[in-house]
Design a protein around this ligand. Sequence first.
Ligand code: ZN
Ligand code: FE
Length: 251
Amino acid sequence: MRVTAIPAFRDNYVWALHDDRSAILVDPGEAAPILAWLDSHHLKPVAILVTHHHADHVGGIRELAARHDLPVYGPARESIPGRTHPLAGGETINIEALGLGFQVLATPGHTLGHLCYVGQGALFCGDTLFSCGCGRLFEGTPAQMHASLARIKALPGNTLVYCAHEYTLENIDFALELEPDNPALLLRFEEVRALRGKPSVPVSLSTELATNPFLRCEEALVVVAAAQHFGTPLQPGLEAFAAVRRWRDER
Ligand code: ZN
Ligand code: FE
């Protein structure tokens, strides 16, 4: 199985899992670049996986589904155009054309029905986790997002994280405010800068655990940095997470 990033809009990635004939598309936000890519690689789309209802993740579904007969998996509790397979999290789905299975994780926070898909050592996490960042809390609470990120943290460290946006450099800029001396973060900064705009994802979960402040809210230095910023003592964990998220929002 190969995974290819199809760029969409300004900074979205539509992930395509494929062999030489068939492709699964994750979060097809706009149809045109996907149809062009499928065409040039002579691939047939066989399934769509949707993480959440935002337009930049679902905008291309109708056109793809009009041209191809394919299942559309997505959160049951959100309005997803063309959805054929509603999911709540906890299911396993099988895409037979490619012989691939995925575990479905409920990860509310960015939206209330947000799902992640885990399989073949990969995590397709939509707008829940970004490299060195996490999604804004448009619908959920800090407690929901903190619990969702804990679910992701429990996956094997060698899991490759496929985020839906290229936000890494601006996220690192913020992460360095919290942990200016974190060697793993400084190394990641150098690596991403050297990419000069090429995709910085996928990234291993172990790298994220060492660099992403939203996954590091139990770490003393992160807790202290947030407490100093807000001038108030903070408990490690959820309380620190909520403060770091608010700091990022206000920045
Ligand atoms: Zn979103
Ligand atoms: Fe998005």
